[in-house]
Design a protein around this ligand. Structure first.
Ligand SMILES: *Cc1c(COP(=O)(O)O)cnc(C)c1O
Length: 359
């Protein structure tokens, strides 16, 4: 019996990519595939994103895995290279690099390379994580133009910190700062993550960088993907492995954290934090069995979770499929119940979960 399974709907993935194009019709698409394509399976997801113009990842190993999988599109390293010894690897594999600080620029200038590398100059417009200060822009841009190790087309990018909040004026400030800085420079401009694509059309630029929305999930606070005509790609399921009666006041699970004040019936399901399900999911976090919602009770353990199905539920039986999240049970809602964000839940899927790709 197959237990924890992530069914990956490749038709939904294609739909979401088309939806990115509808949001940003004049922009090229750099599909963000870091962290195993947000837990969906790096190479298979990449293979089914033919309409993307480039891929983006966070680590060189992720980029190498894409090449090993036969993917030939340009690949952008979102944090650039970490060591000058990486540069020949970038060149040999046609990886493009972000340049976000002085060390990277100096390493690039001083390297002995047979050919130039395509660079994306990252400007800090308010995220204050990576990126050069706006005051440094001119110097960096000129030096990149001068070095033989960088291609003359120098793409320009920035990253939003608050684009998921439509009431926050920070994003407009970031867009304005970036636009003023790069105004009149005839190079490709790249600003928006999923939230920028959905909520900030003036920040679309020449390239967009969708991650989460490709997987059918909303980056916006208190929204679900469906509200942006996105379709969830992952359906995380498992099976009921026991159905049992508990008496009133029998404490269930580790720490005896939960008890019913009346007799009830529990379904025990084969899913836990060992599969990536969040241990901090609150009592009552929904699961679905045969189209019906039930709430989890007690502590999420490594391999199992108990579900209160009620004394009068007679249809639920061992072997029944249980949805932990998916098209009918948004991962955004589960994330809220676990005080986290859907990004984390998707990335946390562990190797114990089997993947089933559906055309
Ligand atoms: C992860 C990442 C993205 C994608 O963000 P989403 O919110 O998943 O769309 C875009 N740009 C950068 C620099 C990133 O690190």
């Amino acid at each position: 019996m197959r237990l924890a399974t992530a069914e990956i709907n490749l038709t939904a993935l294609a739909h979401n990519l088309a939806q990115v194009k509808r949001f940003a019709p004049n922009s090229k698409i750099m599909a963000v595939l870091k962290a195993n394509a947000y837990g969906h399976g790096l190479v298979t997801i990449a293979q089914h994103l033919n309409g993307a113009d480039a891929f983006a990842v966070a680590r060189i190993d992720e980029a190498l895995a894409l090449r090993a999988g036969g993917l030939t599109k340009p690949i952008v390293l979102l944090e650039g290279f970490f060591n000058k010894a990486d540069l020949p690897i970038l060149l040999a594999n046609n990886f493009q690099t972000i340049i976000h600080d002085a060390n990277q620029l100096a390493a690039l200038e001083n390297a002995k390379l047979d050919a130039p590398i395509t660079c994306w100059l990252k400007v800090n417009t308010g995220m204050h994580r990576l990126g050069i200060a706006p005051e440094q822009f001119e110097e960096f841009y000129n030096r990149l133009q001068k070095t033989a190790n960088a291609k003359n087309t120098i793409n320009l990018m920035t990253h939003f910190s608050c684009a998921d909040d439509v009431d926050n004026t920070k994003t407009v400030q970031q867009i304005t700062l970036f636009d003023n800085l790069v105004n009149g420079i005839d190079q490709a401009h790249c600003l928006s993550n999923s939230a920028g694509i959905i909520a900030w059309p003036t920040g679309h630029g020449d390239w967009v960088r969708p991650g989460l929305m490709l997987y059918g999930v909303s980056p916006m606070a208190n929204k679900v993907g469906q509200q942006h005509q996105l379709k969830p790609v992952m359906h995380l399921t498992t099976k009921v492995i026991a159905v049992r009666n508990v008496a009133a006041h029998e404490a269930v699970g580790y720490g005896g954290r939960w008890q019913s004040d009346k007799p009830t019936k529990l379904a025990v399901v084969a899913m836990g934090y060992g599969d990536g399900y969040p241990r901090h999911a609150k009592e009552g976090t929904p699961v679905m069995i045969a189209g019906q919602r039930y709430g989890i009770v007690g502590s999420v353990s490594m391999d199992m979770i108990s579900i209160d199905i009620g004394l009068n539920e007679h249809n639920v039986k061992v072997g029944d499929s249980v949805t932990m999240w998916g098209p009918e049970l948004p991962v955004e809602e589960i994330a809220q119940c676990a005080d986290t964000i859907p990004y984390e839940l998707l990335c946390n899927i562990t190797p114990r979960v089997s993947y089933e790709y559906q055309p």
